[in-house]
Design a protein around this ligand. Structure first.
Ligand code: CMP
Length: 143
C-alpha cells in the first residue's frame, strides 16, 4: 500500500472547502492514516518547495504557504500517489479539468488549494518532514 502527503493549503481553509475536499478522498476509497492542522514554519515551506527556489513565484509561494493554517493528511491506498494527483488536476486552476479538485474549485496558479506528493520518494520525504511516526495511525479498514 502506498502513502502520499496531501496538503490542504491556506486557501482551502479560508474558502471553507476542507470538508468537500476530504470527502472526495474518502469517497474514492482511500484511507486517511494521519491528519492535523498546523502553521507551516518558514523553514519547512522553503525546504518543501526547494525545487522552485530561484523562480519568480518562489517568495510569494513561501509567503502564501505560511500565511495561515494548512491541513496535512497522509492518504493511503493502492496507487494512492497517482490517484491523488489525478483527483487534484493539473497545477494551474484555470487549466485543470472539471471533475478534478482544482478544476472544480480553483482558477489561480498559486492559490490552487492542494498539494500532493509527485512520486514515492517525494512522498516518503514529505511525510517524514510533516509527521512524526506516532502521528500516523495504521489501522485495518473494516470493509
Ligand atoms: P504545488 O503543486 O504545491 O507545487 C508548487 C506550487 O507552486 C504550486 O502548487 C503552486 O501553488 C505554485 N506555482 C507553481 N507555478 C506557479 C506560477 N507560475 N505562478 C505562481 N505560483 C505557482
Amino acid at each position: 500500500m502506498e502513502k502520499t502527503l496531501i496538503i490542504l493549503k491556506p486557501d482551502a481553509i479560508q474558502r471553507r472547502l476542507l470538508g468537500k475536499i476530504i470527502s472526495r478522498f474518502e469517497e474514492k476509497g482511500l484511507q486517511i492514516t494521519g491528519m492535523k492542522m498546523m502553521m507551516i514554519p518558514d523553514s519547512l515551506a522553503r525546504a518543501h518547495y526547494v525545487s522552485h527556489k530561484g523562480k519568480d513565484f518562489f517568495e510569494p509561494l513561501v509567503s502564501y504557504t505560511t500565511s495561515s493554517p494548512v491541513v496535512v493528511i497522509v492518504v493511503k491506498g493502492k496507487n494512492a500517489i497517482e490517484i491523488a494527483r489525478k483527483m487534484m488536476g493539473v497545477t494551474f486552476g484555470s487549466k485543470a479539468e472539471p471533475g478534478t479538485i482544482r478544476g472544480d474549485y480553483a482558477v489561480s496558479n498559486r492559490f490552487n488549494l492542494i498539494h500532493g506528493s509527485d512520486s514515492p520518494s517525494s512522498a516518503e520525504k514529505e511525510i517524514a518532514a510533516f509527521f512524526t511516526k506516532e502521528e500516523i495511525v495504521d489501522y485495518q479498514p473494516i470493509d
